[in-house]
Ligand binder design. Structure first.
Ligand code: THU
Length: 154
């Protein structure tokens, strides 16, 4: 396993599970609808009951309406009753390093900041198969429900 940022490395997910999630993400990426960016992305999320939900990016001619693969996978899972993600694998075309965008980091943190993020290796990596990080390390001091707790109702 590549250790991109050693102090952030997250080892909660074993090699077999990581490879399975990367494989599921690659399969989902085949369905990406990305006629504008031509940047296909796939994501696969493992949940606490061992189920996996996948997603791809879906773009729109009104560009800002496009949705990322990660949020597509997560919202599909919620719609199916799953809200406790343990790990997510994210892949993009060419098998290159594809970290989640800021919006997806915030969106996923809502459900589990401790979840593991599994990515294809960074371009400068040697022979490691993937990187594994904790989501909370990718989004320190995220905004969450705690920040709303003292809000007075109207
Ligand atoms: N994209 C994702 O699906 N996930 C990310 O985390 C980064 C970006 C998509 C959005 C858009 O369809 C394309 O990649 C180019 O930005």
């Amino acid at each position: 396993m590549r250790n991109l940022w050693p102090e952030m490395n997250n080892n909660n997910i074993n090699d077999k599970t990581a490879e399975m999630l990367l494989s599921r993400a690659r399969a989902a990426m085949l369905h990406a609808y990305a006629p504008y960016s031509h940047f296909n992305v796939g994501a696969a999320i493992l949940f606490d009951d061992d189920t996996v939900f996948t997603g791809c990016n879906v773009e729109n001619s009104s560009y800002s309406l496009s949705i990322c693969a990660e949020r597509n996978a997560m919202t599909t899972a919620v719609a199916n009753g799953l809200t406790k993600p343990l790990a997510i694998a994210i892949v993009c075309r060419d098998g290159t390093f594809c970290p989640p965008c800021g919006a997806c980091r915030q969106f996923l943190c809502e459900f589990n900041p401790d979840m593991t993020v599994i990515l294809d290796p960074a371009p400068d990596s040697s022979d490691e198969k993937y990187v594994s990080l904790a989501l909370k390390d990718l989004l320190p001091y995220s905004f969450d429900a705690e920040n709303l707790k003292d809000r007075k109702g109207e």
